[in-house]
Design a protein around this ligand. Structure first.
Ligand SMILES: NC(=O)C1=CN([C@@H]2O[C@H](COP(=O)(O)OP(=O)(O)OC[C@H]3O[C@@H](n4cnc5c(N)ncnc54)[C@H](O)[C@@H]3O)[C@@H](O)[C@H]2O)C=CC1
Ligand SMILES: CC(C)CC(=O)C(=O)O
Ligand SMILES: [Mg+2]
Length: 363
């Protein structure tokens, strides 16, 4: 019997609540496809800091590296903001995990399900049928560059420093992922940078263009300044198929794109490297404002689990069926609070899990 090693890291805030629903979907896949998932669970983020004194323990990292896939909920919360050393904050644990797994390509899929076209903050005709794939560089750039820190200035006062830094190799490897994905989709890539004001953007643009010209002449490439890209996303989002961008711009642009689909609670992600375990996590954070209330939307988490099945475990058909079941649950009128609208059936986190499971049993 085929078996896979999975590490689940529910994390903080709504993480454990939504992970519970993703585990039910995993159990469905195990039974349906006759595979064994050797599932182990551990801590990351604030809860890991409370137990181990660090947001990502060495043992947890070792388990992650030995897994076929790592599926994470979310980290962070106000109880740790400004109260723990900066290098021990929950988010630092997640950044370390991404870096150590060397998952440099973060695929963030912004799909507007038909049933939710009216839940977007934009008009229906702007978002109906929307399907954008962000390919965000994830293991370099300004979140990781040195020098960094907060220093006292000799003349008095302080300075906060972060460094945006990209090597040609880092740009080429993530651009290659975007071009390869483009060949499976609409053969179009829009690359977003700030080449008008940043040298790292100039290099980004040059390397992306060289790679396209040399190896992917069949893929249409457009360069767009990241600020204009943000504006275009709310003006006419369907002009985009794949958006390739760096770590910081990708973080911001994908959260903005989330609202095109109805809610941040809808966006899953897959972070892939060169053959090691993939890391799968929703785009959203730990949502402290709704944590513990049983109302969080588990769809981004469940779709992230589907991406794990597709990209790391070779169970693409199971992933397709899970995505179809989410569509089915939405078409049947089930809504968590974040996507609620008139005439629909309001459910909590577990209720949405029930509705998706019910759809999976039907197919
Ligand atoms: N990957 C991760 O673990 C991330 C962690 N964070 C951390 O999360 C904490 C909170 O950050 P925020 O800026 O509030 O961002 P957030 O993404 O946690 O929440 C933003 C808003 O979206 C809502 N929301 C998010 N996910 C939802 C879901 N599944 N269902 C329904 N509503 C949902 C929240 O209730 C909130 O109103 C911070 O500590 C931050 O550093 C933020 C982003 C990513
Ligand atoms: C380390 C994370 C908290 C940064 C983030 O917001 C993200 O990757 O989406
Ligand atoms: Mg973010």
């Amino acid at each position: 019997m085929t078996s896979f090693n999975l590490l689940l890291l529910p994390g903080d805030g709504i993480g454990p609540e939504i992970m519970t629903e993703a585990k039910r979907v995993l159990d469905w896949a195990a039974a349906e496809y006759g595979v064994t998932f050797n599932v182990s669970e551990d801590l990351i983020g604030g809860c890991a800091y409370e137990k181990y004194g660090v947001p990502l323990a060495d043992e947890t990292l070792a388990k992650a590296k030995a897994s076929d896939a790592v599926v994470m909920g979310s980290v962070g919360g106000p109880q740790w903001d400004g109260k723990v050393a900066y290098d021990k904050r929950p988010e630092a644990g997640l950044l370390k995990l991404r870096k150590e797994l060397d998952v440099f390509a973060n695929l963030r899929s912004a799909i507007c399900f038909d049933a939710l076209a009216d839940a977007s903050s934009l008009k229906r005709d702007l978002v109906a049928g929307l399907d954008i794939l962000f390919v965000r560089e994830l293991s370099s750039g300004v979140y990781f560059g040195n020098p960094r820190g907060i220093e006292d200035l000799p003349e008095g006062g302080r300075v906060g420093i972060n460094t945006q830094r990209y090597t040609d190799k880092e740009i080429i490897r993530v651009a290659r992922v975007a071009f390869e994905m483009a060949r499976k989709r609409g053969s179009r890539v829009a690359s977003a940078d700030k080449a008008n004001v940043m040298e790292s953007g100039v290099l980004w643009r040059e390397e992306v263009t060289k790679l396209r010209d040399a190896e992917y002449p069949d893929v249409a490439l457009e360069h767009v300044l990241a600020d204009n890209c943000a504006m275009q996303l709310v003006r006419a989002p369907k002009q985009y198929d794949i958006i390739l961008t760096d770590n910081l711009f990708g973080d911001i642009l994908s959260d903005a794109a989330a609202m095109l689909t109805g809610s941040l609670g809808m966006l899953p992600s897959a972070s892939l490297g060169d053959g090691g375990p993939g890391l799968y996590e929703p785009v959203h954070g730990s949502a402290p404002d709704i944590a513990g209330k049983g109302v969080a939307n588990p769809i981004a988490m469940i779709l992230s689990m589907a991406m794990a099945l597709r990209y790391s475990l070779g169970l693409g058909e199971a992933a397709d069926r899970i995505e179809k079941a989410v569509d089915g649950a939405l078409n049947a009128g089930f809504r968590t609070g974040d996507i609620m609208s008139g005439g629909m059936t309001r459910v909590g986190t577990t209720g949405m899990g029930d509705a998706i499971l019910a759809e999976l049993q039907k197919n």
